[in-house]
Design a binder for this molecule. Structure first.
Ligand code: SF4
Length: 299
């Protein structure tokens, strides 16, 4: 299989076929991000012949080694949904050629990738199998989005996700706990919950900010132009997010950036989840949480 650099996928894509169609990120500017720093280029598009060769190899593996079928493909790279609709349709065609029973195709997508497509193109992509995108929206706090150079606003998130919903394409959000900076975490969470309450994300996955020295954000901290939240403030922020969500969705805090792995269904599990977060805030020391943060050498 053609896999380039570190391959990132959401925890819930663990059983999907991981197919490389791009590597890196077309944006490559978010101040906190070091995810694709190991690549020698910012963005790379796989040739169709490599994609087809990988599908052939994967077909052999599923047929002869795993002895089972796979129902979902996750296209790898930071934002494969940036590809032109024609390219995404060709990729879907190849997937269905080798895996006729493949039900859905997902990938990471930036808000700006959706904006590049017309409503008709989004509907056609859904018909071609695209469903279950993961969008690193991070926050609806416009000050934080601007400062971090995300390249879109909260109004863009609402507009583009509403368009996805009209096209029938489901999506999950990644939220970045800590993105608003010291003293602003809970307010950032509240405005994000308000935005989410007007949309229908299948899942909201919270990752906790971990600042690495090779990030632009580290430079901002050194200059004194941005201050990190304490670990306790990050947990108060998560609590404010959960408390203010009113839509039915799954809330998850999984992966290495979170000291405590959490997955819960809202609204059913809300009280239990708030109690768990209160226990963490009340009983786990800042020192202990800081020790965990320092131990996360790589996301
Ligand atoms: S956070 Fe996502 S969009 Fe921003 S630079 Fe990193 S991979 Fe690209």
């Amino acid at each position: 299989m053609h896999y380039t650099g570190t391959i990132w996928r959401p925890p819930y894509e663990a059983s999907s076929l991981l197919l490389e169609v791009t590597a890196g990120c077309t944006h490559h500017r978010c101040k906190f991000c070091t995810l694709y720093a190991d690549l020698p280029f910012a963005f790379f598009m796989s040739p169709l012949k490599d994609i087809e060769a990988d599908l052939k190899e994967a077909m052999g593996m599923y047929r002869h080694v795993y002895k089972k079928t796979v129902a979902r493909t996750f296209l790898t790279g930071a934002n494969p949904f940036v590809l032109k609709p024609q390219r995404l349709t060709e990729i879907a065609g190849l997937i269905h050629k080798y895996f006729p029973k493949m039900e859905t195709i997902g990938c990471f997508a930036r808000i700006t990738d959706i904006a590049l497509k017309s409503d008709e193109e989004l509907t056609a992509l859904h018909k071609a199998g695209y469903d279950g995108l993961t969008i690193g929206m991070e926050t609806a706090d416009d000050t934080a989005l601007r400062f971090m150079d995300k390249g879109y606003s909260s109004a863009d998130i609402i507009e583009q996700c509403t368009r996805l919903e009209h096209a029938g394409i489901r999506y999950s959000f990644f939220y970045l706990t800590g993105i608003s900076g010291a003293g602003h975490g809970e307010e950032g969470a509240r405005v994000t919950a308000a935005l989410c309450n007007g949309l229908r994300p299948v899942l909201i996955g919270a990752n906790m900010l971990t600042v690495y020295p090779d990030s632009r954000l580290y430079g901002e901290i050194q200059k004194g132009s941005w201050e990190e939240e304490s670990e306790k403030e990050k947990y108060r922020e998560v609590r404010a997010l959960v408390e203010n969500l009113t839509i039915p969705t799954v809330f998850a805090a999984m992966g290495a950036s979170n000291a405590f792995q959490i997955q819960a269904r809202l609204p059913e599990d809300k009280e239990k989840l708030l109690k768990l977060l209160d226990d963490i805030i009340g009983n786990v020391g800042e020192d202990e949480l800081q020790r965990y943060r320092k131990s996360v050498h790589h996301l």
